[in-house]
Ligand binder design. Sequence first.
Ligand code: CMX
Length: 158
Amino acid sequence: MLHSSFCFFLCTFASIICTTNIRNMKISHIEHLGIAVQSIEESLPFFTDVLGLECYATEVVEDQKVKTAFLKCGEVKLELLEPTSPESTIQKWLDKGNKGVHHVAFCIEDGVANALAEVSAKGVRLIDEKPRKGAEQLNIAFLHPKSTCGILTELCEH
Ligand code: CMX
């Protein structure tokens, strides 16, 4: 009896130590803000002509059903996201009356795969179970906004 209680105590203690010792990922900076727009052509002049930012690239990301336009703002990028299909998550989000900042992307220094394992162990709901290729060939993964204070969160690495 005493032996099994002691074993139970040891296991519980070990599991508390393991959970509390999960390392913290290293975020270097906000990589980009994703901004949902119905039309890049109509939205871009605000960012270029009014804010004076430079649009340095556009890209279609087929599997996400979006066209993107990238602007540099210091170390942070702005990623304009235009839906290319009614089935696009961006179109669905716009159709619900939302617009503007759609997600925040953090640059992870020590690997998105490691970060996913870590946040999952901490109870965060994952959208992507493993990293995949996103715009600009970055390794990316999304976390569900219901687990992240309502902010659709992207983890990415160069
Ligand atoms: N920010 C905050 N909350 C959001 C959100 C967003 N961008 N998009 C959806 N939600 C919320 C909805 O408001 C809804 O909340 P309520 O239930 O309170 O109304 C909830 O999430 C819906 O969740 P769901 O039913 O699980 O999923 P949806 O079908 O609405 O899809 C999401 C939401 C986040 C899972 C989906 O958009 C997704 O997988 N996103 C990741 C991929 C992506 O965004 N790709 C486009 C960008 C690609 C790129 O950058 O290249």
